[in-house]
Design a protein around this ligand. Sequence first.
Ligand code: BDR
Ligand code: CA
Length: 311
Amino acid sequence: ARKIIIDTDPGQDDAVAILLALASPAEIEVLGITAVAGNVPLSLTAKNARIVCELAGHPEVKVFAGCDRPMGRPLVTAEHVHGETGLNGPKLPDPTMPLQPGHGVDFIIETLRSEPPGTVTLCPLGPLTNIAQAFVQAPDIVERVQEIVLMGGAYFEVGNITPAAEFNIYVDPQAADIVFKSGVPLVVMSLDVTHQALVTRARNDAFRAIGTPVGIAVAQMTDFFERFDKEKYGSDGAPLHDPCVTAYLIRPDLFTGRHINVEIETTSELTMGMTVADWWGVTDRPANAMFMGTIDADGFFALLAERLARL
Ligand code: BDR
Ligand code: CA
């Protein structure tokens, strides 16, 4: 199984990404989960991550609190999408499992130093603050990372928080810039991919039909998450962004993309956080990211239904 650290701001779609990982021990070993401020403030994302682990029946997972704000800008949150708690929809009990002592960034650093080089994959599902902070504090760990598979950015689908930018990159563009320039192999699940992964009525029904507490909670989460995108884009179901990351670790064949240069806009207010993706290879800037563009959505939702039923 591939060893990963999930860095996250749950978030209903973060929750489903975590559930998919915990349901797939043959392919994925979750070394720990680090929470970051994003969709909602850190106190809530650190709590929500533990709610999700307990829902999955895995209270032994180590959950750490990381950074409570972006590196250089005030925190922007997304209660308008995810609700006041970040996990609106199902009624889930407060967690009883503890938050680990110590800072999430230190956990990332110590784990990369103690595991053999090239054996730990980072899976950011929120703003890239914790990852960039770890790289700044401990530059020696950068070359020890096997790969970063992240949800963030957009090219053809451009922005969902501003006309130019996707939420995770927009919230901490400075951090994203550090990560994209790090030299670590990157796999980027952009809005171009996630806007093809829509929770239609039938797919939502399939989650509910699992009939377990996990299946029902996922149906309720995606129900809640959906109302925003319906109103906003009139789309047939909400995009299930973050599970594309953990699905990729199990079934990379569900995705296609291009290995291209991607730079982050960090200075213009108008386009702050834009992922400037050289999709057509019009510059000679070196490729730094596998920027994903398509997903086999039916295969993805079939995988989710099959795996979530195991929890
Ligand atoms: C991303 O932003 C968050 O609201 C979601 O959890 C996802 O990580 C989509 O732009
Ligand atoms: Ca997220």
